[in-house]
Design a protein around this ligand. Structure first.
Ligand code: B12
Ligand code: SF4
Ligand code: SF4
Length: 385
């Protein structure tokens, strides 16, 4: 076998990779090198501030996150890919406006994206191998990653030209907005690299202002411990009381900083049938979700990322939302009934007691913030409202 493909062949291969990637369902792909040295001080500062909270996995690999070549030795290029997830009839405003409905982040209403994207990236790697073998070269040394690997996906996607880093710290671009997942294929081929696109947030600060818990503590910096996504998905134990009233009806993740973003008006809908919101999770009534026993929870969330939080944290999150809902006899009976349930441990019971106390409280400043966001969604993204 000959050593490496020529310059012209690598250019051709890069074009092919982008075409294969699109055929596999990715919206866009870009190629970059492995140099993230500019990110190392930012990552260290984020960890030093403790913004990762209980997410020990963010700390445990140290600077490897900024060194893809250490994660998979031999890597010299990263093929960054993005896949749109915005479902049809997202019903954002309808959902946020009604405090008796649970709000589930729109990335999570369908099938868990991790496996789906990793499998597609693996197929892309196999296509690269076939191309190389057909031309008499050795197969590539590739490895796909999505989300859970210790790698800074956003800075890599930015370098590969998939978008700029918004002040909410997510990657976005003018064609797609920010409703997409990221994934990477690490390879040992000296492919031509792409050019980043210019940052274009300008003077806008809509995401920072809209965050219910003030988690965006500075432009581009999110204190994970304050983010509703962390509080409802990552945090194992009790949700600190100061955040509970601010969470409103958000029971799994949060989309507010993306909903406030003007770049998201008219974002493309996902082509993946698997990312469409499943029926029981479409504008779901809090009380019906709260009534699920563990077996029902496991059945209804099969194949979904939601399953990973388990039934106890599911009840914990819904109890908080019920505490934020307008006072109602039905809610009080459901909360009291759950307290007698064997499935409810001390942690969940404490949230239920909190919710029972909160039930009678008046409309707060925090729901006014949501009311403002709802008006902005109705105006800026009527299709998805
Ligand atoms: C940990 C994590 C979280 C944590 C912490 C969030 C955070 N901002 O770090 C929590 C649980 C809160 C979270 C929430 C969400 N997440 Co998350 N999360 C991750 C994960 C696993 C690691 C992120 C990370 O490395 N953080 C560490 C910090 C230091 O890195 P960073 O935020 O990227 O910050 C860099 C820049 O902001 C930059 N920076 C700092 N200062 C400056 C200044 C300037 C001028 C510039 C340009 C840059 C800059 O430096 C930092 C270091 O490089 C990634 C997957 C991955 N492996 O990368 C997914 C990931 C980032 N999450 C994702 C998503 C979708 C979400 C949510 C939208 C989910 C939801 N709807 O609930 C929210 C959004 C919250 C938000 N505004 O960030 C997607 C983002 C896709 C995209 N379009 O960008 C990812 C990439 C998963 C995926 N594979 O698709 N997440
Ligand atoms: S996801 Fe929600 S809580 Fe987290 S930073 Fe964005 S607006 Fe704030
Ligand atoms: S809301 Fe404004 S500041 Fe935030 S990411 Fe979008 S354009 Fe940038």
């Amino acid at each position: 076998m000959t050593s490496t493909p020529s310059h012209a062949q690598l250019n051709d291969l890069a074009r092919q990779i982008k075409a294969w990637g699109k055929a596999l369902g990715f919206a866009e792909l870009g190629i970059t090198d492995t140099d993230l040295s500019a990110q190392e001080p930012r990552l260290l500062e984020w960890l030093t501030q403790g913004y990762h909270g209980e997410m020990a996995y963010m700390e445990s690999h140290g600077l490897m996150r900024a060194r893809p070549q250490e994660l998979h030795p031999g890597t010299i290029r990263v093929i960054a890919a993005r896949m749109d997830y915005l479902p049809e009839n997202a019903g954002f405003a309808t959902n946020l406006r009604d405090p008796n409905l649970g709000y589930i982040s729109r990335y999570a209403g369908g099938r868990d994206y991790h496996k789906l994207i990793r499998n597609r990236l693996k197929k892309l790697g196999e296509q690269i191998d076939s191309w190389l073998i057909e031309r008499g070269y050795a197969p590539a040394n590739f490895r796909p990653f999505v989300d859970s690997a210790p790698i800074l996906e956003r800075p890599l996607a930015e370098k590969a030209g998939l978008g700029w880093t918004g002040k909410h710290s997510l990657i976005l671009n003018h064609q797609a907005g920010s409703w997409f997942f990221l994934g990477e294929l690490l390879v040992n081929l000296p492919l031509p690299i792409d050019i980043p696109i210019a940052e274009d947030c300008n003077t806008c600060v809509a995401c920072i202002k809209s965050c219910p818990t003030d988690a965006i503590v500075a432009p581009y910096v999110v204190d994970g411990r304050r983010c509703i996504s962390y509080l409802t998905i990552e945090l194992q134990g009790a949700i600190p009381e100061e955040f509970r009233p601010l969470m409103g009806n958000r029971i799994y993740g949060c989309d507010d900083c993306q909903l406030a973003c003007p770049v998201n008006s008219g974002s493309p809908l996902s082509n993946e049938a698997d990312f469409q919101t499943r029926q029981p999770l479409k504008l779901p009534a809090l009380l019906s979700l709260f009534a699920w026993d563990e077996a029902t929870f496991l059945r209804q969330t099969e194949g979904s990322a939601i399953r990973r939080i388990g039934h106890k944290r599911w009840l914990r999150n819904i109890a908080v939302a019920l505490g934020n809902a307008p006072a109602s006899g039905d809610i009080l009976s459901a909360l009291n009934a759950r307290l007698r349930d064997k499935e409810v441990d001390e942690m969940v019971a404490e949230h239920i007691h909190w919710a029972i106390k909160r039930q009678q409280s008046v409309l707060s400043k925090d729901s006014r913030k949501t009311a403002r966001l709802v008006r902005a969604i109705e105006k800026g993204m009527p299709r998805d409202a």
